[in-house]
Design a protein around this ligand. Structure first.
Ligand code: HEM
Length: 454
């Protein structure tokens, strides 16, 4: 192939800042794309500290320090007020934002819900959604695979939370989630660098609560289920209704159930759709990877849709998903607030300092990953070595994502099924642009050429 036709070596990435930004520049840049406020040196250094508008902040990329923040000294680093203020209006004091004893009992009560056995029982819902998207793609030579994946994962999450049955009108809830995320994202750039809370935020001025309808429908669904009893195959609502903290014997009341189910929807729906959309973009970008993946899935599936029994037989599919989560982590920026003085990487941390975990920069850090911007699923092959705290798409420690296994199973079922039925290619001039709006989204969607495999 002549040089001018050679494919680009690296998939799309976010341009990180090379010179320090003033407060105004930070605000302006973050409004465009929060990821762009991450200094480029975060991909080269273990830790970068600074001060913006009187707020001391640190961006941590050193695995040992990250272990301390997320695990060994967890109590000192609760989720930042930023995160909590952003999410509380939609998901109350649920698992995602609660701290201390109130978090602990909820986590213990919810943990069995996400056991491997329960997820295997729910997997047929994931297969049905994979079949539906394969049907929808018929006769579509080009498709926005991000929109398709949002539809597919929404179907899964709404069916495993409230088992559909008209209890929740998919379109309405999706719109409510979208409006909520859009609104909160506009706030986050002010909060993320710690501008005081008395500075008016656009969404707080707008008033109204875009998720009120969603809460009403969820409340009604819970009350109905209490009366009708569990389904033959228990869904997440049934499992959570039964859930009990083994230590305190406490069970969730209706409001706690509702807040946690809405948390699962908010935390689990778009994140998994993004993983799948970016994975498909990468497969189209690197045809060799796609062919290797096709070889694996056609051997295991022989053209049928993947199911729970195939998980474990699709190692390369899993590697592709893990590498996608490295390059495009949906939650690419996590932040904490220090409660007491500490030391990270030999540097002083003061009470109230903002400690940021720029997962995007961590997972592209040159000291941790060779050729970090290239797409190489083999990095995650069996026996390959990497620092556990250098790959944190689901966080780690006690607050690690409770839905990680659920998401990995869902992503494998949908990706394997799609690749076994269709071939994906890029479309000239329609490259996605990674943009951080609370999650790392492909601006403009992921438009791909879609050809059925005969
Ligand atoms: C690829 C998909 C997903 C990604 C990348 C992801 C990412 C994350 C991350 C990074 C955290 C930790 C946040 C922090 O420490 O500040 C988290 C926590 C959480 N995630 Fe996920 N998540 C995904 C899917 C899901 C799914 C499918 C569910 C539920 C159905 C879910 C429910 C939660 C909950 C409840 C927490 C809070 C856990 C706690 O604090 O105890 N997530 N997720």
């Amino acid at each position: 192939m002549p040089d001018d036709q050679a494919p680009p070596l690296e998939p799309v990435k976010v341009p990180l800042v090379k010179t320090p930004l003033t407060v105004l520049q930070t605000l302006r840049t973050a409004r465009r794309n929060v990821l762009e406020i991450i200094p480029d040196i975060c991909t080269k250094q273990p830790m970068v500290s600074g001060k913006t508008a009187m707020v001391r902040w640190h961006m941590v990329m050193d695995p040992t320090a990250l272990r301390r923040v997320l695990k060994d000294n967890l109590e000192n680093y609760p989720k930042s007020d930023i995160t909590k203020n952003l999410l509380r209006p939609a998901i109350g004091d649920s698992l995602f934002i609660a701290e201390g004893a109130h978090w602990r009992w909820q986590r213990r009560a919810a943990a069995p819900v996400f056991s491997h056995r329960n997820i295997a029982a729910l997997a047929p819902i994931m297969s049905a959604s994979a079949e539906a998207v394969c049907q929808r793609l018929k006769g579509q030579p080009q498709a926005d695979m991000f929109a398709e994946m949002v539809a597919a994962t929404f179907e899964v999450i709404s069916n495993v939370t409230f088992s559909g049955a008209g209890e929740m009108a998919g379109g309405d809830v999706h719109e409510a989630i979208d409006r909520f995320i859009d609104q909160s994202a506009r706030v986050s750039l002010l909060d993320i660098i710690g501008i005081p809370t008395w500075v008016p935020r656009p969404s707080r001025l707008l008033g109204g609560n875009p998720v009120a309808d969603m809460k009403r429908v969820a409340d009604a669904a819970i009350e109905k289920r209490r009366k009708t009893g569990a389904k033959a195959v228990p869904d997440l609502l049934d499992l959570l209704l039964e859930g009990m903290d083994p230590e305190t014997k406490r069970q969730m009341n209706s409001a706690e159930l509702r807040d946690n189910l809405l948390t699962f929807i908010v935390a689990g729906h778009e994140t998994t759709a993004l993983t799948l959309a970016w994975a498909l973009y990468l497969c189209a970008f690197d045809q060799d990877v796609q062919e290797k993946l096709y070889a694996e899935v056609s051997e295991v599936l022989g053209g049928r849709i993947a199911g729970p029994d195939d998980i474990g037989k699709l190692p390369y599919t899993e590697q592709v998903i893990k590498e996608t989560l490295r390059l495009y982590p949906p939650a690419s920026f996590i932040s904490r607030t220090a409660q007491a003085p500490d030391e990270l990487c030999g540097r002083e941390i003061r009470r109230k300092d903002t400690v940021m975990l720029p997962i995007y920069a961590l997972q592209r850090n040159e000291q941790l990953w060779p050729a970090p911007d290239t797409f190489k699923p083999e990095r995650f092959a069996k026996g390959a070595k990497y620092d556990r705290f250098a790959w944190l798409p689901f966080g780690d420690g006690p607050r690690v994502c409770i839905g990680a296994h659920f998401a990995m199973v869902e992503a494998q079922i949908i990706l394997a099924s799609l690749i076994s039925r269709y071939h994906f290619e890029p479309i000239d001039g329609k490259e996605p642009v990674p943009e951080m709006v609370l999650t790392l989204r492909p601006k403009g969607g992921v438009w791909l050429q879609v050809t059925p495999r005969s």
